[in-house]
Every structure is written in C-alpha cells, then in structure tokens.
Unconditional design. Structure first.
Length: 441
C-alpha cells in the first residue's frame, strides 16, 4: 500500500515538474550559455558561481538552471518567494548565511521572479551580496534594468535566456514520451507532425508544451492493446484551438496577417479586430502581431499621425509584460487606432526610393562640407570646410548641400495632405522656398 501511494503521488505531479532536467546533460536549449566551453557551463562545472540574474521569457529554464546549480554546487541552497518573504524573513536567513560564511560555508539564495520584490526587499540582500555572505541568483521575465535596483544589479552578472526553438520543444516532448518520469512506461501513438504542432503552439515555453502534452495524453483513449492513440481531434479538443485552420508556418498564417494589415490600411476597424482575434485564438504569438502593428504605424500612417507609433510601441510593451490572454485588449486598442488613423505611406515610399539610389551609389563619397574633421590632417584635406552650423543663423536654415553631387536634385519625401502630415508639407514647402531664395547667399 505504501508503494502504491508513493507511485500515485509521483504521477500526480504535473509532467513539467516530473521532467525537469536534473543536469546540464538533460537541459535543452540555451547553448549560447551552457554549450561546451561556454561561460555559464564553465562556472557551474568548476563550482565558481557568482551572483547572477537569469532574464528571459517564461518556460525557458531559469529556475531549472538554478536547481542544477543547487545540485552541483557545494553550498547551502535557499529559495525565496516574493509573495511569502518579507524583510524580516530575508534578514533572518541573511544572518544565518553570514554565520555560515564565518564557518567557511557558502550560501546560494535563489529568488524566483525577483522583479516582484520591492525596493526595500531587494535592498535587504545588498549588504550580504557585497560582503560575499551569499551568492544571489535571481530569475526574472522583466528587463532587469527597470525592475532591479541599480546597486544590486551592478553586483550581478546578467545572463539572457532565449525563447526555445520549435526543435528544442520537440526534443523535450519526445523525451517526455520516452522517459519513465514522463510517459515512458506507457504505449502512446502520436505522429511527429502532431508533436510539431504542439511545439509550435507552445510559443517557446517548455512548461507550456509539457502541460499541453500532459492534457492530451490524459484525454487519450487506450485501445484493446493498451495503446493510447492520439488523434488530431483529441489535440484540438485539449487545446481548445482549431489547429488545422492555422499553421504558423503555412499559407493561412500569411493570409491572415495580410488580411489584418489590409483591413487596417482600408480603415476598417471591425474587420481588423476580427482578423486579430482569428490569429490570437489560434495561438499566434502576440509579440509577432505587435511587431507587425508597429511596422504598420510607420509604413501606412507615418507622419499623418505621429502618435500611432507610440500606441504601437506601448501595445508591444504591454504584450511583453503581461502576455496572453490579458494583452488581447491592448492589441485590440492598437489595431482600432491604426484603422481609424489618417493614412500616409510617404515615409515608406521615401525610404524605398532612397534605398534604391543608395544601392546604386555605394561608392559615392560623402561631400567634404559635411564630413567630420577631428584631426589636423583631415582639416588640411578640407574635411568640413565651409560647413554651416544651422543654429548660428537667424532662421536656423542654410543653403548647404548635403546630398552627393550625382543625387543633388533627388526628392524622396513627398508629404501627403492627410492628418498631421499637412503641417509637415507646409513646413517643407516653406523650407524649400527659403533655400531657393537664398541659393546664392
């Protein structure tokens, strides 16, 4: 009975917990940090750990790396929670760590979601990190520059963990199917294509992928031979998504993002929100959508509404900070704004025309008048000779030529009369009129 209870307890653990890597050899991904000869691997294998911050999106191995360090280092290992640990608890543990230091023992303190610690809590660690009483390892999904005190951050090395690739996720899924800690003791029939689909939906998050696989296998029905056959229907029901209608590497993916872009361009907010919902409900990465909306803000709106880019960037940041499903409303706000805003592609057209000239004139020298002249030799070669500093002139304008001679008459930017751009058009016309009137001065 005791053995049965232990077995039941083991299998009641979530698959992601059961499959957590126990060593660097089992760890998948982040080869830029833990590949053979890489710095973090050398630090772990030599037991030469210093205070560090792991920064990366959810499910990429931040906590797992901390646990691997705990299992390989010759140190006491303590985990802190931002929710349950106040200043009093932190100081008590820090005092114990100080005593351990005097006895020649190291203490590693792991703080998951360190960005949730307030300034006072973070400050409580600082003197002990400075004295070497503890080695601090923090994990965060947020930019440490904004969320961690500068004094504490300056004493930690930041390691950036990347989103796992679809191949990394696929490896983890196959490991879970074959490892006895996962489903290795069961007969499961699932195709490689379906595993790839699950990996795609995971958005680079190992925990998410393994949780999905766990749910799918649990919902599978064994046949008379005890084989659990996983069909596409079971996968779709488990994920509550119609995967067959949306493959992020297939044609429909590009059809729908095109539909979103063209609906916004056509000033149709209802259609734009619909295509946005189609993407998000199918499991599209919200950051991908936010990047496309940001591009649209300059490509199709530009200077007609200079606030459009601010709205797009704010939506991107919101998606980064809180993720789905909460960030759907931020993307909706941005998509509606882009749809209703006045349109101008003048910036996009200007760059495309300029880039074509640039490719054909890569050897064209920069005019001497606008070259920098930091050395005596450069001045003797007439670098910067005749340069006119606009701020020295009453109208803050000069008639100095800044394009190469072969492109002297080129015009790339043609402002429209849409929205705010009419003001830029009027200003540009006034500048050109002034330069024409003063071309001989």
């Amino acid at each position: 009975m005791e053995y049965a209870s232990l077995f039941e307890k083991l299998n009641s653990e979530p698959l992601a917990s059961r499959m957590r890597p126990r060593s660097l050899e089992e760890f998948v991904g982040q080869q830029q940090l833990i590949g053979e000869g890489r710095i973090l691997r050398r630090m772990i294998e030599s037991d030469n750990i210093s205070s560090m911050i792991f920064w990366g999106p959810p499910g990429v191995g931040k906590t797992t790396l901390a646990r691997i360090i705990a299992s390989t280092t010759k140190s006491q290992f303590i985990t802190f929670s931002a929710v349950n640990s106040g200043i009093k608890e932190i100081k008590k543990v820090m005092e114990e760590a100080e005593m351990n230091r005097h006895m020649g023992m190291r203490t590693i303190v792991f703080v998951d979601e360190i960005h949730r610690f307030n300034k006072a809590q973070q400050d409580a660690f600082l003197p002990y990190v400075e004295r070497g009483s503890i080695i601090l390892i923090g994990a965060t999904t947020e930019n440490p520059s904004f969320e961690i005190n500068n004094a504490l951050l300056s004493r930690c090395r930041v390691f950036v963990l990347k989103e796992l690739s679809a191949d990394d996720i696929l490896t983890l899924l196959k490991n879970a199917l074959n490892d006895e800690r996962g489903f290795g003791g069961q007969k499961i029939n699932i195709s490689d294509d379906d595993l790839k689909m699950i990996a795609s939906f995971a958005n680079g998050d190992a925990r998410n992928a393994l949780t999905m696989l766990d749910m799918i296998v649990i919902n599978g029905q064994p046949d008379e031979n005890g084989v659990i056959n996983i069909s596409r229907e079971i996968i779709e029901e488990s994920l509550s998504r119609k995967a067959l209608l949306y493959d992020r590497d297939g044609e429909e993916h590009y059809n729908i993002i095109s539909a979103l872009h063209k609906s916004m361009r056509n000033s149709d907010p209802d259609a734009a929100v619909y295509w946005l919902a189609r993407m998000l409900e199918a499991g599209e990465d919200p950051l991908y959508v936010a990047r496309r909306v940001t591009r649209f803000a300059s490509e199709d709106i530009g200077l007609a509404d200079t606030n459009a880019l601010n709205v797009a960037i704010n939506a991107y940041q919101a998606c980064h900070y809180i993720g789905m499903p909460e960030c759907s409303v931020h993307l909706t706000e941005a998509v509606i704004y882009m749809s209703i805003a006045p349109k101008s592609n003048a910036c996009d057209v200007a760059y495309m025309q300029a880039s074509a000239d640039a490719r054909n004139t890569l050897a064209e020298p920069v005019p001497l008048v606008i070259r920098n002249a930091p050395t005596r030799l450069m001045k003797e070669l007439d670098y910067g000779k005749g340069y006119k500093y606009a701020h020295d002139y009453a109208d803050k304008l000069t008639n100095m030529k800044c394009l190469p001679d072969s492109l002297a008459d080129r015009v790339y930017y043609h402002p429209t009369t849409q929205g705010n751009e009419v003001r830029f058009k009027d200003r540009l016309e006034a500048i050109k009129k002034w330069k024409k009137e003063h071309q001989d001065s």
